[in-house]
Write a protein that binds this ligand. Sequence first.
Ligand SMILES: NC(=O)c1ccc[n+]([C@@H]2O[C@H](COP(=O)([O-])OP(=O)(O)OC[C@H]3O[C@@H](n4cnc5c(N)ncnc54)[C@H](OP(=O)(O)O)[C@@H]3O)[C@@H](O)[C@H]2O)c1
Length: 282
Amino acid sequence: MMKTENILVIGGTGKTGRRVAENLIQEGHNVRVVGRNTSPAFDWENPGTYDAALKDMDRAYIVYYPDLAVPGSREAITTLTEKALQAGLEKVVLLSGKGETEAEACEDIVANSGLNYTLVRASWFNQNFSEGAFLEFVLNGQVALPMPEAEIPFVDADDIADVVAKVLVDDRFNGETITVTGPRKMTFGEVVAAMAEGIGKDIHFHPITIEEFKAGMKQAGLPDSYVWLFGYLFQEVLGNPDNQEISHDVEKVLGRPATDFNTYVEKTVATGIWNQDLSHTV
Ligand SMILES: NC(=O)c1ccc[n+]([C@@H]2O[C@H](COP(=O)([O-])OP(=O)(O)OC[C@H]3O[C@@H](n4cnc5c(N)ncnc54)[C@H](OP(=O)(O)O)[C@@H]3O)[C@@H](O)[C@H]2O)c1
């Protein structure tokens, strides 16, 4: 029988953290989910909150927010891993971005921290269209995004969570970098067509430039750092075809194939998330 571990899930209310916590609880582990509104609270911006979150934990899933590519991430990850070592943690799993060279400095910090670790590099998530930045576009039936030619091996957050929950407690993956993608590459146009078909509603894809997308974000009042981040992710991650290769690591770790986008659409339709009507909101 597997040992019961005390596992910290940072970002445990988000797309992957929530699923990781559910999986670990189901496996019988003791899970502490933290974010800015939990008790104890954990705020990346306030290192004074790190100790209480780490206290008495054996392992941790680390989700940095908004992205390991933003300024300040290195200092935060350095402080967290130092404190984790002091607190006696054995192992951490860091969520990173596939093709994000800017995130590699943080990966190196974790790798050199003295803790056991596994790095999980994820492609763009399917759930960006149902729980993230692009949900509103889908609800409005108008998806305006740049990089229409990019072929993206979108990955399902359920697959990421299954992989993370497994490698967190399985020391055979110590020191490894696991790259998680979906089973096929899709353009934004293909993704939108698949959602339109599955939901049974008209959803239109409008290719725009990165500058137009950023201008729209600015107009919506989003902070400059966020606007910069999206520009970076479109340009550097989606703009480089080398980043788009399919990985078979989901199958390697889980012994089952990665989830297809059409399966994601089917299960998301069943949740009702896409039934919200935005026309009555102000
Ligand atoms: N979306 C993608 O396509 C994609 C692809 C590759 C990698 N990633 C990486 O995935 C990570 C995001 O993971 P996710 O999508 O699972 O999470 P998410 O859905 O974006 O949720 C963010 C989580 O972080 C918490 N959070 C926000 N600000 C925080 C702060 N200042 N201090 C502490 N916690 C904070 C949130 O909780 P509270 O708001 O309650 O604090 C929430 O639990 C990022 O590092 C991103 O680079 C994303």
